[in-house]
Design a protein around this ligand. Structure first.
Ligand SMILES: Cc1cc2nc3c(=O)[nH]c(=O)nc-3n(C[C@H](O)[C@H](O)[C@H](O)COP(=O)(O)OP(=O)(O)OC[C@H]3O[C@@H](n4cnc5c(N)ncnc54)[C@H](O)[C@@H]3O)c2cc1C
Length: 380
């Protein structure tokens, strides 16, 4: 067993860290407070090759693994989660096209994502279909050579910025098997009847756009179907098995940074005539953070490595997703605690980390949903 990164992987992580350190810190607080972002930073990240590294070379990507994509996500989130997400999630959906898109679809939609010319979203969640995606009611009805889409989606990452999005639609409502009722379509957002409204007031990752989107008689060519009609649920699960990996990496990045900030603070600040770091209560917090970060990283490294080897382990990925998310929330909480009142203020990075971390336990499958997957595997 070799636990070392290759030289190329080390270089990727180092370059991602340097890019994030050069671009993020100065503007992170402004974007967090105003819920905005400067897309020139994303374009720059594309130019430097940090976006969509997992996309095949034929489609303009670097042809690397999801593991390398994770390394970049970890470094970005270690510097700032909101800005990191604003950059890294611009390809959220490319994985689905990579797995199930036709050659024509891949040729058309993937290259612009890498070049910084387009952003993709993936729209699954609806007001009445969250964890239970089989309740999604946005309908796609076949009419000749077209499908007509009606419905709405909520909480869509990059919803107001995307040029096109993968939309999870109901195509066979009467099918007795609820896992065969849905299909994925790619929808260009400049089509008549499409509307996106930015959602404001998020707890964290506020630099990253989140939107409500609606489809009112949106017509798309039948060739925009992704994969097979009725296979949407299966495709979604395969997609999540890939994308949940970068969530784990984000969690490790944030937790790492929360620990670093805490160490610096408790060494600097004195109370009762001694540095906070001299108190065992704080030392134990650091020891626990370091242990949990290591455990989380090992979990996600193995899950990502297996996926890249074509030996994806569904339960392992689910374990990594819930554990990494929960671990990040715990580390951010302890980081604020070690900062005392200062940690409560947005002048201090740990306050933002505390808010940013929570999403890791919610999106792309809540931690409860992940535990259901793990439990099912072991109880079967
Ligand atoms: C910032 C942000 C970005 C997002 N980006 C996207 C995106 O790009 N695309 C997209 O489609 N969606 C996106 N989402 C939606 C996200 O994936 C959902 O919010 C998430 O899946 C949970 O669904 P819900 O909010 O409806 O919660 P619910 O499903 O209502 O769940 C509420 C609580 O009940 C628990 N629960 C539900 N069912 C069970 C069960 N059977 N057993 C035990 N516990 C259960 C959940 O774990 C959770 O704790 C985003 C959300 C946010 C906040």
């Amino acid at each position: 067993m070799d636990f070392n990164l290759t030289k190329e992987q080390e270089d990727i992580a180092k370059a991602a860290r340097e890019f994030a350190l050069g671009e993020f810190p100065e503007r992170a607080q402004e974007f967090d407070r105003n819920e905005t972002f400067d897309l020139d930073i994303w374009r720059k990240a594309c130019e430097l090759g940090f976006v969509g590294v997992f996309i095949d070379e034929v489609y303009g990507g670097a042809g690397l693994g999801l593991f390398e994509h994770c390394l970049i996500a970890e470094e970005f989130w270690a510097v700032d989660a909101g800005m990191g997400n604003a950059v890294i999630t611009t390809t959220f959906g490319a994985e689905l096209l990579g797995l199930f898109g036709t050659e024509e679809q891949k040729m058309k939609y993937l290259p612009p994502l890498v070049k910084g010319e387009a952003i993709i979203s993936t729209a699954i969640t609806e007001p009445d279909a969250g964890s239970d995606v089989t309740c999604a009611a946005t309908k796609a009805v076949r009419e000749g050579d077209e499908y007509v889409i009606n419905g709405s989606k909520i909480f869509i990452t990059n919803g107001t910025l995307a040029s096109f999005m993968n939309v999870f639609c109901l195509t066979d409502p009467e099918n007795p098997d609820r896992h065969k009722r849905h299909s994925f379509f790619i929808v260009e957002t400049d089509r008549p009847g499409f509307e996106a409204t930015k959602l404001r007031g998020k707890l964290g990752i506020r630099a990253n756009d989140t939107a409500e989107v609606s489809f009112s008689d949106v017509r798309i060519p039948a060739s925009n179907l992704i994969g097979e009609e009725g296979n949407g649920f299966k495709e979604l699960m395969a997609f999540f098995n890939q994308t949940r990996l970068h969530i784990c990496a984000m969690a490790v990045g944030l937790a790492r940074s929360a620990m670093e900030e805490s160490i610096a603070h408790i060494k600097r600040r004195h109370q009762f005539g001694a540095p906070l770091a001299s108190f065992q209560a704080n030392q134990f917090k650091i020891a626990e953070m370091a242990t949990m970060i290591r455990a989380a990283r090992n979990l996600y490294y193995e899950a990502a490595w297996r996926t890249d080897q074509g030996r994806m382990d569904h339960a392992l990925t689910a374990m990594a997703k819930w554990y990494c998310g929960e671990m990040a929330v715990k580390c951010a909480d302890e980081a604020v605690q070690m900062h005392g009142g200062y940690g409560y203020m947005d002048e201090y990075r740990v306050q933002r980390m505390y808010r940013d971390a929570k999403i890791l336990e919610i999106y792309e499958g809540t931690k409860e949903v992940e535990k259901i997957i793990v439990a099912r595997t072991f109880l079967r």
